[in-house]
Ligand binder design. Structure first.
Ligand code: FES
Length: 107
């Protein structure tokens, strides 16, 4: 497992990206005190999603948005609800929370 960040580093309705040793990228989103994790990989063209570092959410902070063509994804399920990959899903990553922070489980 790999340490990602402190729980307090992530506020509700905020997202944060991480580069892993194997050159893949993942991100976390916190909503209603629950943390969700996904691979940073748009199912449309396989590009990274964020439009600025750590900015994975749309202007309302209620959906994940791909910066390339504006696809919108549910924070809770990763399902694309609008855009060119409508009906496809972001790849969930397994995480768990310990006293000192958020950990990525072995993938
Ligand atoms: S690459 Fe993400 S919506 Fe097209």
């Amino acid at each position: 497992m790999k340490y990602l960040c402190k729980l307090s580093d992530l506020e509700n309705n905020q997202s944060k990206g991480f580069e892993l040793d194997d050159d893949t990228s993942v991100f976390l989103v916190k909503k209603s005190d629950h943390v969700y994790g996904y691979k940073n990989y748009c199912p449309h063209l396989g590009v990274n999603l964020e439009w600025q570092p750590d900015q994975f959410l749309d202007s309302t902070d209620t959906l994940i948005q791909c910066a390339m063509h504006g696809a919108l994804f549910s924070i809770e399920s990763g399902l694309c609800i609008s855009g060119p990959c409508n009906g496809q899903t972001l790849q969930r990553i397994a995480i768990h929370i310990e006293e000192d922070g958020i950990y990525l489980d072995e993938q």
